[in-house]
Every structure is written in C-alpha cells, then in structure tokens.
Write a protein of this length. Structure first.
Length: 138
C-alpha cells in the first residue's frame, strides 16, 4: 500500500488518477484545511515511481464543477505504517524543513540512507525530494 496525498480546496471531493500501464482512479475527500489522503493498493503496480494527479469536484447546488487536473499536486508515495527515521522530511530534527534539510537530502542522493529516504523504498531520489517540498517550511 502507498499513501498518496495532497492539498486542494477544503472539504471537497478529489479524484486521484494513478498512471501506470493502466489508469486507476481513486476518490478522496479533502478536510477543512484542504488536505486529502488515500491509501492505494499498489499490488497491481510495478515497484517504480508512478505519477498521480488529482482533480477536485465541487458540488454546488445541482452542479458539479470539476477542476482541471492539477499539474503540480504535492503527493507522497510511501509505505503505510512505515516507521520513518526522520518523519516529515525534517532530516536534522530542528522542527523546520528548509535548505539545511535539502542539503542533507542531496548529500544522501541515490543512497539508501534511512533518514533521507522519506518513502522508505530504498533509494533517495526525486520522490523523497517531492515529499520534502510537501513539508517545506522555509
Ligand atoms: Ca530541519
Ligand atoms: Ca525514496
């Protein structure tokens, strides 16, 4: 299983399209802060980086307004229930996610460093970077 999550307008319905050899569509609802998350069964997917994009549906009276696909949705692919060594991309545990953490991530790029490997797939790469962007505080 992987967790995929992102941010959208608050309290709305999200359709998440996961691209692989075939397309999977999952539904989620965003909370009052606009955050949404789904747990997606990756059994049919190869172990790889898969793209996912989300669109949101706003129901207004009888009408359903669909957003276009977000081009830059923040999402995170990781193991459900995995114990992250450095949760939420704070690699030096100072309560902030900023350039210091980014430089640590770069230092461990393409390694299996447990701390920098945010989605715990055994490699530090672009996915981990996108997770860091998700938690970026500056
Ligand atoms: Ca930090
Ligand atoms: Ca990784």
């Amino acid at each position: 299983m992987v967790n995929i999550y992102g941010q959208s307008v608050p309290e709305t319905k999200i359709n998440i399209h996961i691209h692989s050899d075939e397309e999977f569509v999952e539904e989620a609802n965003s909370d009052e802060n606009g955050k949404w998350t789904i747990a997606f069964d990756t059994t049919p997917l190869e172990i790889d980086f898969h793209t996912a994009k989300a669109l949101f549906l706003v129901e207004q009276d009888e009408n359903v307004i669909k957003s276009g696909f977000s081009k830059a949705v923040s999402f995170h692919v990781g193991k459900v229930g995995g114990e992250a060594a450095c949760p939420e991309a704070d690699l030096n545990h100072d309560g902030r996610v900023n350039l210091t953490d980014f430089s640590i991530l770069l230092f461990y790029w393409n390694t299996d460093n447990e701390c920098a490997d945010q989605n715990q797939n055994g490699n530090v790469d672009l996915v981990d970077f996108s997770i860091m962007m998700y938690y970026w505080t500056g």
